[in-house]
Design a protein around this ligand. Structure first.
Ligand code: NAD
Length: 370
């Protein structure tokens, strides 16, 4: 572990402590570029960022014998935010489930009590060609933010198998949501919506599920406190269809764990590139976890060809959500847009006629614009 502190004492009068968990595969490469960008933002805006590195995933298994060592959790808990790369790889694929690198992800989210997963899906003008939809369906692009409940619902409910009354084996997974769980994710979504286009679609299956009916009722109660935000309810099957038919109609989508799992993947695929998409996981404090949505991409690790933009945009989300450094977050996001407009591309988003860059050069171009 090492500590690198920028020499500035910020005019905002505080130090921002960032735990850096690079992980495996392309993790260290893309996180390296995000840290480079953050250091540059620190210099440019006179902000004091302190980076503390810790091991996670396969790298932690190799060095410390477990995917999520106690001191990694302690480093995260003692920080203001966590920047994560990705974990996993073929080297650890034969380990039993509970010993695998990916196990660290659940432990990390649980250890930091992160219950809200925020995933923006933005179609950049410069990357229009990567969208799998017909151009006439997305004439003005889209900018969707999916707010997914992360620690409740069917993925965490009671489950099991049993023999039923007629002698057949059956399996069950129970979806449970308390008003507390619904309110806190709803609150997160409404707060985010107030800073965007003030429009929320709450996705449920209230025509069938009791848990969805409670979800809908609580969202209605919350909306009374946010008269400036328009709340609409939509059934999940319709939402899946509307995302394909007219994605531009969405601003913020708030939904349960399982529906969010599915819809956030659908929304991200509309942008056409996994290397571009950041995410944040938030809880009741400002301490959040920021990571690209992609995995460790062992097939391209170490080749300096991975797209670092998803991780760099995750760092921008950190500045906005954990540190409330809005100008600084905007500076990173505008720089990414500018670099794309100028025609710079990593191989995953490359089109003929554009300028091909490696991971490090893409980071350098973004730094240059900031
Ligand atoms: P993946 O996201 O790692 O890769 C899928 C495909 O996308 C690959 O072809 C890869 O080369 C490409 N890709 C991914 N990120 C890219 C980037 N930044 N730039 C350019 N191309 C990129 O998914 P996978 O192959 O299913 O999983 C690989 C490993 O990652 C597995 O061990 C899996 O368990 C793990 N994983 C980890 C996380 C995480 O850490 N949060 C998430 C998903 C998968």
């Amino acid at each position: 572990m090492d500590i690198e502190a920028s020499q500035y004492h910020t005019i905002k009068g505080r130090k921002y402590k960032i735990a850096v968990l690079s992980g495996d595969g392309i993790g260290p490469e893309v996180v390296g570029e995000a840290v480079k960008v953050l250091k540059h933002v620190g210099d440019r805006f006179k902000i004091n960022f302190e980076f503390k590195h810790a091991l996670i995933g396969g790298a932690a298994i190799d060095h410390e014998g477990e995917a999520f060592p106690k001191n990694t959790l302690e480093t995260c808990q003692a920080s203001d935010a966590v920047l994560l790369g990705s974990v996993g790889g073929t080297k650890w694929d034969d380990l039993p489930g509970e010993k695998r690198p990916e196990k660290a992800l659940l432990a990390l989210r649980k250890g930091l009590n992160l219950y809200a997963n925020i995933r923006p899906a933005i179609m950049y003008e410069a990357l229009k060609g990567a969208c799998p939809l017909k151009a006439e369906l997305v004439p003005s692009g889209f900018d969707i933010c999916v707010v997914r409940e992360l620690t409740g619902g069917i993925y965490f409910g009671e489950r099991g198998t049993r023999v039923n009354a007629t002698g057949f084996q059956e399996a069950y997974d129970i979806e449970t949501y308390s008003t507390e769980e619904i309110r806190r994710i709803g609150l997160e979504a409404f707060e985010i919506a107030t800073k965007r286009n003030k429009k929320i679609v709450s996705v449920d299956k209230a025509n069938v599920l009791e848990s969805s009916r409670l979800w809908r009722k609580e969202m209605d109660i919350l909306s009374e406190k946010y008269p400036e935000v328009t709340l609409e309810h939509m059934y999940v099957d319709n939402a899946a269809m509307q995302l394909i038919k007219n994605p531009s109609q969405f601003d913020v989508i708030v939904t349960s764990n399982m529906f969010g799992d599915i819809l956030s993947d659908e929304a991200s695929m509309l942008t056409g590139s996994i290397g571009m998409l950041p995410s944040a996981s938030l809880g009741s404090t400002k301490l959040g976890l920021y990571e690209p949505i992609h995995g460790s991409a062992p097939d391209i690790a170490g080749l300096d060809i991975a797209n670092p933009i998803a991780t760099i945009l995750s760092a921008a989300m950190m500045l906005r959500h954990s540190f409330e450094l809005y100008d600084e977050a905007n500076a990173i996001e505008s720089a990414v847009e500018h670099v794309l407009k100028a025609g710079y591309r990593t191989v995953d988003i490359f089109e003929p006629g554009k300028i091909l860059l490696g991971t490090i050069e893409m980071g350098n171009q973004i730094v240059k614009v900031i």
